[in-house]
Write a protein that binds this ligand. Sequence first.
Ligand SMILES: NC(=O)c1ccc[n+]([C@@H]2O[C@H](COP(=O)([O-])OP(=O)(O)OC[C@H]3O[C@@H](n4cnc5c(N)ncnc54)[C@H](O)[C@@H]3O)[C@@H](O)[C@H]2O)c1
Ligand SMILES: O=C(O)[C@H](O)COP(=O)(O)O
Length: 394
Amino acid sequence: MNAYRIRKINAIARKGLVQLGQQFVVSDDETDPHGILVRSSPVDTDDFPSLLAVARAGAGVNNISVAKATERGVCVFNTPGANANAVVDLVFPMIGVWQRNIYKGISFCQSLAEIEADKVAKEVERRKAAFRGVEIAGRTLAVIGLGQIGVRLANGGVHRYMKVKGFDPKPVLANIHKLLPDVQITQTLSDAIGDADIVSVHVPLIDKTRGMVNREFIARMKPGALLINYARGPIVDEDAVLEALASGQLLGYIADFPSVKLIGHEQVLLTPHLGASTTESEENCARMAVRELANYLMYGNITNSVNFPNIETIPADQVRTRLIVINRDVPGMIAFITNILGSHQINISSFKNESNGSIGYNIIDMEQDVAEEIITEIQGDENVIRTRTISFAR
Ligand SMILES: NC(=O)c1ccc[n+]([C@@H]2O[C@H](COP(=O)([O-])OP(=O)(O)OC[C@H]3O[C@@H](n4cnc5c(N)ncnc54)[C@H](O)[C@@H]3O)[C@@H](O)[C@H]2O)c1
Ligand SMILES: O=C(O)[C@H](O)COP(=O)(O)O
């Protein structure tokens, strides 16, 4: 068969890319790819006519046109949890940097290069009181969004002897099971943030969360609290933050998303979108994204899609054709597909169907070739979004 064309956007770790076998050709310039590997760059799936899938080596998919992709039967993957340690590994140090005035202390030390060598030690002892900080043990941490990152951060707070509260309106049960018993799960957002010294937000950027941390949210926080955003810039209303910093309602804002409004503000600490930037996380994400994409292109199997259901089936040795049908999840679709195949005397050796509530996904294995007209007949139904045949040379 012809090779699958992969467009690589952004730096994808080599340890992931080497998993792609000879069936794949990877290029940064491919204009008509079957698959895309991407991190944070924007992807409009409508720009690529032959596109079958996009794999985001990371968590957030707000840079990808997921709704358009779903309408065209393009599968979008992400890599849940693959960079969660990296984010938590940065958030706690950043809290420490803030609470202990480390950034001010470091610039003070750099300024000591200007003075005479025998005066440095004396100057350090004379001035160090200006950088006295506070500890995080005993403080209350509110974690908003108890997903892969939120759960790790909440547990990390417990290990640091903090009181930890967490809020998530629709948590994934598997994540909640990983929470330490000392984390208090609250029923409302206000219960979580009302008396927290530190509020850290770990939700995806979607319509419902855009601007979620607004004036009203901040007003519900304890006066003088610290706000942390390692999720996405637009989740936080920056004007509301600046007002709250000026009034004292917020003591500080730590974020991974610099903007002109925030840069240079004394009460704001910024990092340049570094949350996932560790060797380990980049390798984890790349390995996972490549596996998901390759498994989809070669077999139509799905793990960790954000718009299609999970489904996996290994073709038996005698299977020649695998037909994939992606449809709107309405009654009668399975019967519709099997009736057409049956009416053409096609014997089905395996049929697997999964749904995520809006999209139905069918993998149908057959021991013979399937004529193009039969596929066209299936494709003709208004609820069929896309069909695809994969031939196995035996
Ligand atoms: N700074 C970085 O480099 C970096 C790295 C990784 C992830 N992120 C961002 O962090 C986000 C979360 O990552 P994750 O891996 O934990 O994802 P996740 O999907 O595992 O968890 C997100 C959680 O947020 C919850 N949620 C959704 N809306 C909510 C709301 N209104 N209130 C409270 N909770 C809500 C969901 O139910 C889910 O449990 C990503 O979507 C991404 O945007 C940033
Ligand atoms: O959503 C994510 O996974 C992070 O924001 C990481 O983005 P990056 O892969 O561009 O570092």
